[in-house]
Design a binder for this molecule. Structure first.
Ligand code: TRP
Length: 382
């Protein structure tokens, strides 16, 4: 058997295709994925377009989910996810994930699922209040409630060791570890891997607030800058960003806490050379912040600088996206190849799980023929 440390390093991460990806996704996850992909430190990288999971709160609108599979994939390709290095696949087309979900459902209680903080807050957000009702819109749909189990299937089916994701996914990975551990213990095997989450190290990157200063950049709050926004809309969004309402005149002292321009600079500034290039008045962000706090630095100047930083990052993404948009057939082929590969890998895990549970009847005739005759003989003797 392989020693623990010679275990392959495998990444699995994913997104729900419910809309185009925005800067919060980029800084919280996509940028890191590209770095991990290019680091050469991982044996395998899998990126799952989680359309089944998206249906758990968009069941009435499968078209929205379907259309966004292509948007999300275009976002991946345009930020530098390289299909030769990373495997992009579609959840609903991978049958082993459904089968594993069904087995794992038995290894977790509804009480434990109810305590998952991410599920709790998402329930609240969607108005699934768990009232005694048969109305899907008001009650708690079973599919939505159990999506952490399906996410456990996603992660374990690929035998992922590492899940790069946002901070909000911590309870999901924790629940995944518990289920995997339970499976291995119960069926006395070493089939499933308990993964680690990898979250961004900078607070502004872990949870990027919206341009309006609200806690989170999110489509439903309408406070996003999308990776696919054109230069004109990025400009108007940056120029209308929430800053410091007490900073009325340029000479007034200003606050940088809760000021989106500085939060975004914290998140997106690449290095000090960007000051030399775009804002030579300051050597670095500390100097700029210090001047703002002291008074004498106007919001407009700060926003113009931030816009330069944003555009330096977004323009190449836009160009890349435009190229792929001209070749949708290629995008389809990438998804098809990635999904075919994922089907193979996950079927292998599924058969190992069935073997551990001794329910692989048609691979192992012995289970039925010999076990059954022994069992029949035993029961006849009684
Ligand atoms: N729940 C994740 C989100 O909402 C998406 C997701 C689905 C995922 N399956 C996954 C993330 C597996 C990491 C690993 O963003």
């Amino acid at each position: 058997m392989l020693a623990k440390d010679s275990k392959k390093k495998i990444i699995l991460t994913g997104d729900r295709p419910t809309g185009k990806l925005h800067l919060g996704h980029y800084i919280g996850s996509l940028k890191r994925r590209v770095e991990l992909q290019n680091s050469g430190d991982f044996d395998e990288i899998n990126i799952l377009v989680a359309d089944d999971q998206a249906l758990t709160d968009n069941w009435a609108n499968p078209k929205k989910v379907r259309d966004n599979i292509i948007e999300v994939t275009l976002d991946y390709l345009s930020v530098g996810i390289d299909p030769n290095k990373s495997n992009i696949c579609i959840q609903s087309a991978i049958p082993a994930l459904h089968a594993l979900t069904f087995y794992y459902m038995n290894l977790v209680t509804t009480q434990r699922l109810s305590r998952n903080p991410t599920v709790k807050s998402e329930m609240q957000l969607r108005g699934f209040n768990g009232n005694d009702t048969d109305d899907n819109e008001a009650g708690l749909p079973a599919g939505f409630f159990t999506y952490p189990v399906s996410q456990t299937a996603d992660i374990t089916a690929f035998k992922a060791t590492t899940v790069p994701a946002g901070e909000d996914q911590m309870p999901m990975v924790e629940q995944c570890r518990e289920i995997a551990h339970r499976f291995n213990t119960l069926y006395k095997c070493d089939v499933l891997v308990e993964p680690d989450i990898l979250i961004p190290d900078n607070a502004a990157q872990r949870r990027l607030p919206g341009i309006d200063g609200k806690a989170k950049m999110s489509k439903s709050l309408g406070n996003c800058i999308y990776l696919s926004d054109d230069a004109k809309s990025v400009k108007s969004k940056v120029m209308s960003m929430y800053t410091d309402p007490t900073h009325i005149n340029i000479a007034d002292p200003g606050h940088i806490e809760g000021n989106m321009v500085f939060t975004y600079l914290d998140a997106f500034l690449r290095d000090d050379s960007q000051f030399a290039e775009y804002l030579p008045d300051y050597k670095n962000l500390d100097e700029m912040k210090e001047h703002y706090q002291r008074g004498g630095l106007g919001d407009m100047k700060c926003k113009k600088f931030l816009l330069k930083i944003m555009e330096e990052m977004l323009e190449p993404i836009r160009i890349e996206r435009a190229k792929w948009e001209q070749n949708i057939g290629d995008v389809y082929d990438i998804l098809k190849a990635g999904t075919d590969h994922a089907v193979k890998v996950t079927n292998q895990t599924l058969s190992e799980c069935r073997e551990a549970m001794r329910i692989n009847y048609f691979d192992d005739k012995d289970i039925m023929v010999n076990d059954w005759s022994a069992w029949l003989n035993e029961s006849h003797q009684k």
